[in-house]
Design a protein around this ligand. Structure first.
Ligand SMILES: [Zn+2]
Length: 478
């Protein structure tokens, strides 16, 4: 980027719409299931028929309060709903029921991994619109989504880069998933992100005029989006122009933003209090009851794993990210409570095996009971580390009993001290050159001699014990 662009800072705020995982819609008993036949999940309320009356879904309130508690927001003891009036074919009532004057949650924050605290302005409940499907010259309307509950999360303009915003979104998604609030599927529209972006001269106090950008389809698009939009706004300022408040769309194909409409002001929507719904009152006891129901946060779950198994934060994070791996770990731990050894095999050897086979943890066929038996064979010294690793690799793709297999293939380690000494003496006798090297102080010769011995025993020995025997024989020579 040229000097011109470096003279400006990017300022980003996010507006995030999250579709809630409730069984029914926000103001009626219609199903929220995704993918049903068009207009099959509709009723007079969500189809906007005159005379129908909304009834608030308690579960949606609960989920919004949970998110508010997780993000340290103030939960309103009294909030209410307002009508946002606008006409559009996907909006059959001609208004959206939202919370404008008294949102359920205000304030709060979320800390990114980099420990930057992003302030939340407010979070409120509202209902979703239907979907328009454009087919050539015709447009079809599907009201299945009409009335699906949404939480709108509005952040302060606290991000100074798209990368920070992505970090925030990842963390937020983790919280939404662990609380069971939303499935966060961007491709199905259950998580939608609008980006408010402005530029200002570096170091300036006041923020510039922002553009709101819609149609972001994945977190990774935020980086090129912010780069394009910063350049557009700086170019405009440099040419003597002034950015205006506008709504723009992101075109992922061309990696550009395009003008959609001038930004509406609250006045355009003529907000007024929804007359068909009573105020939403919550007592301290109501909120306490919701807090009790909250699943543990991802952070708390990791902390618990670290304490229970004595593992590191990084190891706990890996286990948390891979449910199949975590299940295998826990089942094995129940049989063989040696978390260090289990994790070492799974994370070191296991990860390498997966990479080699092009597999994921979901593909692993190994049963915990067999894995525990394999570990036991290793711990007791009955098989060598080489055999253990070779078997582990096979067990990732096929399920079998390692104990029976080791017996049938005669892989039980040669543990007889006499035979090990015999092999050691033989190796020393057969390799005079290496013996001379060793006696001349070349330690690597000992490795070579051990390798020869392991070969002679077809790998059925503990390499370390064999090496001790060889060292003993060599020391007798001096
Ligand atoms: Zn309905």
């Amino acid at each position: 980027m040229s000097i011109l662009y470096e003279m400006y800072e990017t300022v980003i705020g996010l507006e995030i719409h999250v579709e809630l995982l409730t069984k029914t819609k926000l103001f009626c008993a219609c199903s929220t299931a995704f993918g049903g036949a068009p207009n099959s999940n509709t009723c007079p309320v969500c189809a906007g028929l005159p005379g129908s009356l909304p009834v608030l879904n308690r579960k949606a309130v609960e989920k919004c309060v949970m998110l508010g508690l997780a993000l340290h927001s103030d939960i309103a003891r009294c909030s209410w709903f307002d009508r946002k009036n606008y006409y559009y074919p996907d909006n059959p009532q001609n208004y959206q029921i939202t919370q404008f004057y008294a949102p359920l949650c205000t304030g709060g924050y979320l800390e990114t991994e980099g420990k930057k605290r992003i302030r939340i302005r407010e979070m409120h409940l509202e209902d979703d619109a239907g979907k328009l499907l454009h087919r050539g010259k015709k447009t079809l309307i599907d009201y299945n989504r009409s009335g699906v509950p949404l939480i709108e999360i509005v952040t302060a303009p606290d991000f100074s880069s798209a990368e920070e915003a992505v970090e925030f979104l990842r963390k937020l998604r983790e919280i939404l998933l662990s609380l069971g609030i939303s499935d966060c599927k961007m491709q199905e529209g259950s998580l939608r992100v609008d980006v408010n972006l402005s530029v200002k001269p570096a170091g300036a106090e006041e923020n510039g005029v922002r553009a709101e950008i819609k149609n972001v389809n994945s977190f990774s698009e935020l980086v090129p989006l912010a780069a394009f939009e910063k350049k557009r706004q700086v170019d405009l300022l440099a040419a003597g122009g002034r950015p205006v408040q506008e709504t723009r769309g992101w075109d992922g194909r061309t990696q550009t933003t395009f003008f959609m409409r001038r930004k509406e002001t609250p006045r355009d929507y003529r907000y007024f209090r929804e007359p068909d719904l009573p105020a939403l009152a919550l007592t301290d006891a109501d909120i306490a009851a919701i807090r009790v129901k909250m699943p543990k946060s991802a952070d708390a779950v990791r902390q618990e794993m670290m304490e229970r198994f004595g593992i590191s934060a990084a190891e706990a994070a890996v286990l948390q990210k891979e449910p199949s791996l975590y299940a295998l770990f826990c089942e094995t731990y129940a049989l063989q409570p040696d978390p260090k050894r289990i994790l070492n095999r799974l994370l070191q050897e296991g990860t390498a095996i997966l990479r080699k086979n092009g597999q994921t943890w979901e593909d692993v066929r190994m049963r915990a009971v067999d894995f525990a038996a394999l570990l036991e064979l290793g711990v007791s010294g009955r098989i060598s580390l080489t055999t253990e690793k070779a078997l582990l690799q096979r067990m990732f793709s096929e399920s079998f009993d390692p104990v029976a297999y080791v017996r049938s293939q005669d892989l039980i380690q040669q543990t007889d001290e006499g035979e090990l000494m015999e092999t050691a003496r033989q190796v020393v006798a057969d390799n005079p050159a290496s013996v001379r090297d060793y006696l001349a102080g070349k330690d690597r010769a000992l490795q070579y001699l051990t390798g020869q011995g392991m070969k002679a025993l077809a790998g059925r020995a503990d390499a370390k014990r064999l090496q001790d025997c060889i060292r003993e024989v060599l020391e007798d020579l001096t």
